[in-house]
Write a protein that binds this ligand. Structure first.
Ligand code: NAD
Ligand code: 89V
Length: 340
């Protein structure tokens, strides 16, 4: 039995607790949050008897195999370094870090321990997106030369996550990070990018629209476009839509979780809707299912002694795209990612 502790009992942590409850061979035996009410509520809801206000105190007192870090980004580096010092495996929520310096230090801390560090970058694990990734990787459209990875919505994310309205950075750091990661999963590493950003909603601090043009090292060009200012019915939150053209065919992941592949004059259409897990609720069920899937991937990797697909090392490349997109938008410049 793997014993884990959850750090951070906020808005999203409930999904992580439900996810763990659905996985064999894992138990969350302790919890931590600085906020007493949130900690007590989570402990009571999930029947966890040992809970702490201070993570260092918890790690000193508990016998654990891993920690699951579900705090907002400012606390990620100290908590990841604490987990490394305690010799534990760790999962850390996205965005992994506020700066590349922090992210590299966190990865280096784990390199020294040999333990597994995975970033909870779950959008590439959503079952509709995963179905598309597997088709592309299996060569269903031949060699992709164009992709559009698109997330456009008018959903009110601010009521559940108020920090999204007040942080200086919004859509690229919070949501674009997922969409850029999907582009990497589909088309590989990025050679260069250019981006524009806009703020449409005057009541928030950061940008709520971003359009990013990526040239991938393998030859594909992709467009990652994100908006939380798009008021359109039917509302598609939180679906990522895909358009992929390859030299042997095309793939579309359309609204309503419809996967369409055309090649050799034929068309195959599949319903790739995510299952509605017993604890999930629409429209979040797509994200909620991917939480359990990425947690299962973490457990499988520990068992098999391999690195997770979204390891700390891997996530440095996604984070570099986030930083490059902000830089490109600020400077009006194309950013070369190969320069290091
Ligand atoms: P939140 O503010 O609701 O919850 C964070 C909790 O962490 C709070 O209760 C806070 O008291 C606690 N905390 C902060 N620092 C701490 C520390 N040092 N020790 C103990 N407790 C501490 O935030 P949230 O909306 O739940 O988001 C948490 C993270 O999850 C963010 O990084 C966010 O981007 C991410 N998130 C991911 C997804 C996804 O699909 N992957 C979805 C939503 C949010
Ligand atoms: O997945 C996330 O990181 C969330 C949301 C989907 C609202 O952007 O913050």
């Amino acid at each position: 039995m793997l014993k884990g502790a959850l750090i951070g009992c906020g808005f999203f942590a409930r999904n992580q607790m439900h996810g763990w409850a659905g996985i064999d061979g894992v138990r969350i035996t302790a919890l931590c949050d600085r906020d007493e009410a949130r900690r007590a509520e989570t402990a009571a809801r999930f029947g966890v008897r040992r809970h702490y206000a201070d993570a260092a105190e918890m790690l000193a007192a508990e016998d654990l195999d891993f920690v699951d870090i579900a705090t907002t980004v400012a606390a990620h580096r100290p908590l990841v370094e604490m987990a490394a010092a305690a010799g534990l495996h760790a999962i850390c929520q996205k965005p992994f870090a506020e700066t590349m310096t922090d992210a590299r230090a966190m990865v280096a801390a784990f390199d020294r321990t040999g333990k597994v560090l995975m970033v909870h970058e779950n959008f590439r694990w959503q079952s509709p997106v995963r179905a598309a990734i597997e088709e592309v990787r299996a060569g269903a459209v031949g060699r992709p030369f164009f992709g559009r990875v698109s997330f456009r919505s008018g959903y009110d994310v601010f009521s559940g996550q108020p920090y999204l309205a007040t942080d200086p950075r919004f859509i690229i750091q919070d949501l674009g990070i997922h969409i850029l990661d999907i582009a990497r999963a589909l088309f590989g590493d990025v050679a260069n990018l250019s981006a524009t950003t806009r703020r449409i909603n005057p009541r928030i601090r950061g940008e709520d629209v971003a359009t990013i043009l990526l040239e991938h090292a393998g030859g594909a060009t992709s467009v990652v476009d994100c908006s939380y200012a798009t008021r359109r019915q039917p509302e598609t939150f939180p679906q990522t839509l895909l358009e992929i053209d390859g030299d042997a065919g095309t793939l579309r992941l359309e609204a309503g979780y419809r996967l369409v592949i055309q090649k050799n004059g034929t068309e195959e259409t599949r319903d790739v809707s995510p299952p509605l897990l017993s604890w999930a609720e629409r429209p979040w069920h797509n994200i909620q299912e991917s939480v359990q899937t990425i947690q299962q991937h973490f457990v499988d990797c520990l068992r098999d002694g391999v690195q997770p697909e979204t390891s700390g090392h891997d996530n440095l490349k996604t984070l570099e795209l986030v930083e490059a997109a902000y830089r490109s938008a600020a400077e009006g410049a194309r950013i070369d990612l190969r320069a290091g």
